[in-house]
Design a protein around this ligand. Structure first.
Ligand SMILES: [Zn+2]
Length: 379
């Protein structure tokens, strides 16, 4: 066991064991201990869709950290409301750790739309990036806003997350070298500005490594970001349209080079198989909308593969989604009942399905952690 103090007071990273590049540890935060590797449920708008805070906390799910989205919370309900409530923890009645993204990914994913088209609200989302920041239109009402590194840090300070993320530029997967080089230079300059900006008391800050699928470019950027003494490091810009082979190659070649004594976070990835690969490469923290979004769309995860609950095969199946799953959905309900709720568009379906998928992800990652502890070498 080796305990590494992180630059922000109140945070430390304890490495318990390693197995190849894979690591098992504990990230200590002012809002509790997080056993790593960890999957972090995504709470886009201050809620992990369909789940109460109590359901997220309760074992076997026992979520220790959830995500909040800066872009969404800034637009709605707005900072004034969250500030009046005393921050996102109090506003959402969540007393464990929160990580907030910088808002950059949402702004750039709007800008990355190939053909301008009106969204459901009747507006054409668009963003313009320059060296100082990004100007964009709200997807809700079309109003114009500007995000800079300083604005992103101000929003995250008011949200009061335990871990804030640097504002970065994430180019699309098929961007050419020139676009990547410009994005890298900006991301490093912006990381310095985020590092210099005021933060909430007890708020850590992670830097983000970009560079697409070019390993030398990634390694060069990694050196620039690691030099800035962040509390942790993230790999951004993966699973944004490049092929899976390239994603895995970058994970294998770049993740082991991230500073070993600080937590390593893979942003926005992925399937259970992706998590297994990334953990083996040395990553510690993960988030993805996949378990929650797939649940609502009728897809449930099992060790035997993903099932599509509206499928007729489940009509008379009175067994649980997964036989040994300890979640309340599997203990109390059958596939046939879930299929019925889904087809009848009952609200309860989304709640039961989300609880199962999040429990599946939590157990999947914990099983890998247990294996690292059992077979690995003490750190
Ligand atoms: Zn279950």
């Amino acid at each position: 066991m080796t305990v590494h103090a992180l630059p922000t007071p109140g945070f430390s990273f304890e490495l318990l064991a390693t197995l190849g590049h894979a690591r098992a540890g504990i990230l200590h935060t002012p809002h509790g201990d997080i056993e790593t590797p960890v999957f972090m449920p995504v709470g886009t708008a201050g809620t992990v869709k369909a789940m109460t805070a109590g359901e997220l906390r309760a074992p076997p799910l026992d979520a220790r950290i959830i995500l909040g989205n800066t872009y969404h919370l800034y637009l709605r309900p707005g900072l004034e409301v969250i500030e009046a409530a005393g921050g996102l923890h109090r506003f959402a009645a969540w007393d464990r750790a929160i990580l907030t993204d910088s808002g950059g990914f949402q702004v750039f994913s709007l800008a990355a739309i190939d053909e301008p088209r009106k969204n459901a609200a009747g507006f054409t989302p668009a963003a313009e990036v320059d060296d100082d920041g990004v100007t964009f239109r709200s997807h809700i009402d079309g109003s114009k806003h500007r995000l800079t590194p300083e604005v992103s840090m101000t929003i995250q300070r008011v949200l009061g997350s335990d871990i804030a993320m640097c504002f970065d530029q994430c180019p699309p997967g098929d961007a050419d070298a020139r676009v990547h080089e410009l994005a890298l230079a900006r991301t490093t300059a912006w990381a310095r500005r985020c590092r210099a900006a005021p933060r909430a008391a007890g708020q850590a800050l992670f830097g983000i490594v970009q560079g697409g699928i070019d390993t030398p470019r990634r390694m060069r950027h990694l050196a620039e970001i690691a030099a800035l003494d962040f509390d942790g490091h993230a790999l951004g810009g993966l699973a944004v349209g490049e092929g899976l082979a390239d994603t895995y190659r970058i994970l294998d070649e770049v993740a082991p080079a991230l500073p070993a004594e600080r937590p390593r976070y893979l942003m926005g990835v992925g399937t259970p198989q992706d998590l297994g690969h990334a953990i083996a490469a040395g990553l510690d923290m993960f988030d993805c909308v996949m378990p929650t979004r797939n649940a609502r769309n009728g897809y449930l995860f099992t060790r035997g593969g993903r099932i599509n609950i509206p499928n007729a095969a489940h009509r008379l199946d009175l067994g649980p989604v997964e036989a040994d799953c300890p979640c309340a959905t599997c203990r109390e309900h059958s596939r046939a009942y879930l299929r019925h709720l889904y087809l009848a568009k009952e609200i309860l379906y989304s709640r039961l399905a989300t609880l199962h998928n999040l429990t599946f992800y939590a157990r999947h990652v914990r099983a890998i952690r247990d294996d690292i502890l059992a077979r690995g070498k003490a750190a």
